[in-house]
Each structure stands twice: as structure tokens, then as C-alpha cells.
Write a protein that binds this ligand. Structure first.
Ligand code: GDP
Length: 324
């Protein structure tokens, strides 16, 4: 099966304050080729030129880090999907996880895995997603790295992880300083054998599977989330599973009740860094957004009008009663 080696789709699962925002910001800054500069420009454009851009540059729910390998190889887009850090009532966790091929479990080196991450980790293990453990804030004077790793193994056992899942790679990080290592640092220190997040990027590229697809399959794109924009109206967030989705193309919208309506893709958007930009085409494995389909719902499929095949509706558990 061919794979999109230029894409990795991953979710970061973390308890609030364990450093997810700091880590993603550092990834954006270090991704290469003036990434930090571009991002700054984007943010300025958001506030100043929103009118001119007609709302097309809006804050995305996912972050796209365009990583430029140090060996000069082709850039790789790492899509980072936000999942809520705890149980929720709307299936947002399942929907986020349905877009990715692996998860990073980000754990504070002092606090260890906390109950609110347990719910999301359980979902990830049930979805058979590979996990990468990232121990963050190794610099904290009260860090207790070995104990936190043992607590994480206990959590995996408790959640009935299988043998493959429990053999997760471990990366040690000080996201605040933008440094990561595969070698365990002393408690209370920043990883010393590295000066960047390079070891974290390499681990992602190695352990997050590149999206696979069938070359001959007709278009299938899955609606995984919704958004709204003043100018564009309802926006559907999609993962393209097979085929290509093009701006201006007419596609079959397969609704929840099984009925099919042909609709035109009036606006196609893809995320760059933190914002959505107009795009011409999205291929298999890409995460994109389309505007202009008024009543589109989560779980529905956009497909080839000649050969419309629905993807499975995303199943959602009964609402969780307790977060612990
Ligand atoms: P989020 O809620 O998971 O997005 O967490 P943030 O990225 O907002 O970080 C929470 C706090 O932890 C902030 O005050 C960060 O500056 C701090 N922080 C993040 N990474 C590190 C780290 O590696 N070491 C230390 N000491 N603090 C960190």
C-alpha cells in the first residue's frame, strides 16, 4: 500500500499545564526554514488584515508544523490535532483520535500521569493507536522521572494495553527551553546531550505511521469536526482517506441517513502553522476544511459522485459520568 511520507497526523494527549502549548510553539519555531518568522507574520495578519482576507485566515483547530529535515530532505507536515484533556460529553475525543495515526502522551516529570489523561489514553489504546511517551519539565527541581515512567507503565497495564502498545518509545523534554533527548537526564536538569527538539521530531517521524491509501480508490473524506466562520458559514473539518478533494469540484455528500446530495466545494482550506489558508487540492491523509455545505454533520462522508461509498459513522460511547 502506498503511503504519504510527507504527512504525519498525531494527537498530543496531556493534562492541563503539562506543557502542550509550550511544546507545540517550540516545534513551530524549530521546524526550519524561517518557520518562527512566518508564524509571527501570520499572527500579525490575523489581527490586522482579517477584513482583507475575508475571514479565510482564521485560527484552526489543528496545528500544522512543516518540518524541514536537517539532512535537506523534503519537508514533512506534522498535523497536531487538539483533543480535550479529559472526558467530555460530545465525542470530541473520539473524533480527534479518528484523524490521527498515533498519539503523544505528554506527562509532567513531577506530577506524573493524572486521572484526566486516563480517559483519553484509554480511547487511544482502544483505537489501537501507537503511543509515544514524552516526559516534559525534566528541569523541575522536584522531578522524579523514574517514578513517573513506572506510574505510566502501571497506567497502561491498568488500561489493558497489549504488548506492542506498552513498548512505547520515551522522549525526555524541557519544552520551555525547546530541548529533547532520548537519554534520560538527571532529575532537575535539562536534557544536556541535545540543543533542540530534533530527537523528538525524529521519534515522531519514525513512530507515527505515514498515512496509507489505495491508489485506485475513489474519493472518501470523513467529516470529523465542525467550525463556523462569519464570512464562510459552516466549516467542516475533514480527513481525506482516499482520492483527492479539489476546490470547485462536485462531490457526493453522503448524509447520516444514507441519502446523497451532490455539492460543490466552494472553498477548500488547509492549515499552515496556526491558521487556515485557501488550498487547491487535498490528498489522502491530508486534514483539510471545506466551507459552503450548510447542513453538513460530523461523521458524514464526501465521496466520488460516480462511486459514492460512505465511511463508517464515528461511534461515540455513552457520556462519561465521572472524570476520574
Ligand atoms: P498546557 O496547558 O499543557 O498547554 O501547558 P502550557 O504549555 O501552557 O505550560 C504550562 C506551564 O508550564 C507554563 O507556565 C509553561 O511555561 C510551563 N512549562 C512548559 N514546559 C516547561 C518545561 O519544560 N519546564 C518547566 N519548568 N516549565 C514548563
Amino acid at each position: 500500500m502506498p503511503t504519504r511520507n510527507d504527512i504525519r497526523n498525531v494527537a498530543i494527549v496531556a493534562h492541563v499545564d503539562h506543557g502542550k502549548t509550550t511544546l507545540v510553539d517550540a516545534m513551530l519555531k524549530q521546524a526550519g526554514a524561517f518557520a518562527a518568522h512566518q508564524q509571527l507574520d501570520d499572527r500579525m495578519m490575523d489581527s490586522n488584515d482579517l477584513e482583507r482576507e475575508k475571514g479565510i485566515t482564521i485560527l484552526a483547530k489543528n496545528t500544522a508544523v512543516k518540518y524541514h529535515p536537517k539532512d535537506g530532505g523534503a519537508p514533512i507536515t506534522i498535523n497536531i490535532i487538539d483533543t480535550p484533556g479529559h472526558a467530555d460529553f460530545g465525542g470530541e475525543v473520539e473524533r480527534g483520535l479518528s484523524m490521527v495515526d498515533a498519539v503523544v502522551l505528554l506527562v509532567d516529570a513531577s506530577e506524573g500521569p493524572l486521572p484526566q489523561t486516563r480517559f483519553v489514553l484509554r480511547k487511544a489504546l482502544t483505537a489501537r493507536l501507537p503511543v509515544i511517551l514524552c516526559i516534559n519539565k525534566t528541569d523541575r527541581p522536584d522531578s522524579r522521572i523514574d517514578e513517573v515512567i513506572n506510574e505510566t507503565y502501571d497506567l497502561f497495564l491498568d488500561l489493558d494495553a497489549d504488548e506492542d502498545q506498552i513498548e512505547f518509545p520515551i522522549v525526555y523534554a524541557c519544552a520551555r527551553d525547546g530541548v529533547a533527548s532520548l537519554t534520560k537526564p538527571e532529575n532537575g536538569t535539562v536534557p544536556a546531550d541535545s540543543t533542540s527538539l530534533e530527537p523528538f521530531f525524529s521519534t515522531l517521524l519514525e513512530h507515527v505511521p505515514a498515512p496509507g491509501y489505495d491508489e485506485d480508490a475513489p474519493l472518501q473524506a470523513h467529516v470529523t469536526n465542525l467550525d463556523a466562520d462569519n464570512f464562510l458559514g459552516r466549516i467542516a473539518l475533514l480527513r481525506v482517506e482516499q482520492g483527492e478533494l479539489r476546490k470547485g469540484q462536485t462531490v457526493a455528500w453522503i448524509k447520516r441517513d444514507g441519502s446523497i446530495q451532490n455539492v460543490r466545494i466552494s472553498e477548500l482550506l488547509m492549515t499552515e502553522a496556526l491558521t487556515r489558508k485557501p488550498a487547491e487540492v487535498a490528498g489522502p491523509g491530508d486534514i483539510c476544511a471545506v466551507a459552503g455545505i450548510g447542513e453538513i454533520m460530523i461523521g458524514e462522508t464526501l465521496a466520488d459522485p460516480e462511486n459514492p461509498i460512505a465511511l463508517p459513522l464515528i461511534t461515540v460511547d455513552e457520556p462519561a459520568i465521572s472524570m476520574t
